[in-house]
Design a protein around this ligand. Structure first.
Ligand code: CA
Ligand code: CA
Length: 207
């Protein structure tokens, strides 16, 4: 964007440059604020609405039988908030939590989550994320392998149905800050308006 403005500034008057800069800035600003308005479609994605140390009882999440999942405030967290969820066990005793998000077929979303090694000193762990039944992320061993140091991950996903299942499997891993928000889409009206303003400028310069 800066490069575009720089090229324009060689040829336009002070007043016209200011007008073009204002119009394009307004268009970009409108696009970015619409993304910020995204609401997290996952319920209790931050694990703050759950009682600590209750085995396989994670508020608003379905926990598969034979899991070893629990929420605590002692296994670090991504924040904001104080709680996170952990799976213990190993490769042969994995845990699974899932939730159906109220998505709309054909819409694009951004899924984000934070992952840390469950620091039990065993030096291993794993996490496998499934969207609508398809694996979209696998990490084994879990990084970075030290002291509940949470790392953020971000995935673009598309809903093929109204209501998409998010499923997370794993072992010896801690997680927090699950979020699913509609992907940022530039508002067509403002983008066209900005382009029309620039086009208008070039037409006028030719006279
Ligand atoms: Ca949290
Ligand atoms: Ca571990």
């Amino acid at each position: 964007m800066y490069r575009v403005m720089k090229n324009l500034s060689i040829r336009c008057s002070k007043f016209r440059c200011a007008a073009i800069f204002w119009l394009t800035s307004a268009a970009l600003f409108t696009s970015s604020t619409s993304a910020l308005a995204g609401v997290n479609l996952l319920v209790n994605g931050s694990f703050e609405d759950a009682v600590s140390f209750r085995l396989n009882d994670v508020e608003s999440w379905l926990v598969a039988p034979s899991s070893t999942a629990f929420v605590t405030s002692t296994n670090g967290r991504r924040g904001p908030g104080s709680q996170s969820v952990s799976f213990i066990g190993n490769q042969s005793t994995q845990s699974t939590i899932s939730q159906i998000a109220p998505t709309m077929a054909g819409q694009n979303y951004t899924l984000s989550l934070a992952v840390a090694d469950f620091t039990d000193g065993n030096g291993f762990g794993g996490i496998f994320v499934f969207w609508e039944g398809n694996q979209i992320f696998a990490q084994e061993p879990v990084l970075p392998g030290a002291f509940f140091n949470y790392l953020d991950y971000l995935f673009p996903v598309t809903a093929t149905a109204n209501g998409s299942e998010l499923e997370v499997r794993g072992y010896s891993v801690s997680m927090d800050a699950f979020s699913l928000v509609p992907a940022a889409v530039p508002e067509p009206g403002t983008a066209i308006f900005g382009l029309a303003a620039i086009g208008g400028f070039f037409i006028r310069q030719r006279k």
